[in-house]
Design a protein around this ligand. Sequence first.
Ligand code: GMT
Length: 377
Amino acid sequence: MRIGIVCYPSHGGSGVVATELGKELAERGHVVHFMSYQLPFRLDRFQPNVFYHEVDMLAYPLFKYPPYTLALINRLAEVAAGEELDIIHAHYAIPHSFCAHMAREILGDRRLKVVTTLHGTDITLVGSDPSFKRITRYSIEKSDGVTAVSCSLSEETRRVFAVDRPVRTIYNFVNTTRFFRQADAREVVGCPPGDCRVLVHISNFRPVKRVPDVVEIFARVRREITAKLLLVGDGVQRREAAETAGKLGVRDDVIFLGTQDNVLPILSAADLFLLPSEKESFGLGALEAMACGVPVISSDAGGLPEVISHGETGFLAPVGDVKTMARYAVKLLGDEAALRKMGEAARLRAREHFDSSLIVPQYESFYREILGETPGA
Ligand code: GMT
């Protein structure tokens, strides 16, 4: 198949999933064309069957708001026609799915199919806002196929948008043959083994991630156990997180690593991953941690209970209940055998339920259905 993928190139789950999917599809012999305003950060090395088309745009003084989406539509139409794409797979409804529909309108080519993958905030925050709701519903209804990354998000989409289109759940994935705990990672992050416990949080530091809660959980753990907190990412809650750490007297043990392209060495150094989000459709960072044998303590928001098995691969608690989350963390970190067992279970769950070898074929057969190549069409 000849597949166009349009996604956000920056750090964030939807771009990671889109990029990893494209790479896996290319390895399986499909031709994949990425389109975005910048090279997706995980598209970091040459690979056969993978092509990248940058969306460039005329800067003109009249434009108060540079119309990126129009330039994107233009590029999508150009690439779809020039490369004879079968499918445009839009990751994140706003604006990618809408732009794919507009590109198809311009081409007047009903043979070209549009698949939309909903990732979370495109439904729960952005798409459900009145300023984008109609356009999001339109994008879902006009798609030839719609997927969501968890059952929770599929249900929320149906509830919020009351759409007739079926929404297929295809879980996010991790390639566990490439994503596993690296040796000597502790030294890399400056926390030699045996020295102390390492807790990690990775996100875009938006309010929905509740980064100050991460710090508060850590401060409670720190009262009982020698530990460091590695915070990976950047965003509006960074300052508040630093202030919280200062107020709680743990500023020296909280290390802000900023945005990182390669999280594998950091996850490999972790004893525990924290994700106390307000909303979380899936929690790709948690899955990548699990693939590295790291248990996760998270809120029970959205799709997190579908990823983390409570009491087996980590622990879940209600949003904002930092006391309970900290209690779970202290108990687990204080019991080496239990920590090891849970880490092994986490890795096993990632391999048995969310490995790319299980999930990518689901996208392939979904595409085939949509192209009318299988009986499910
Ligand atoms: O976490 C974010 O806010 C970034 C966002 C994105 O689109 O990059 O993540 C969403 O998509 C990820 C990939 O499917 C999911 O793993 C995240 O759970 C989801 N974030 C939220 O629902 C808040």
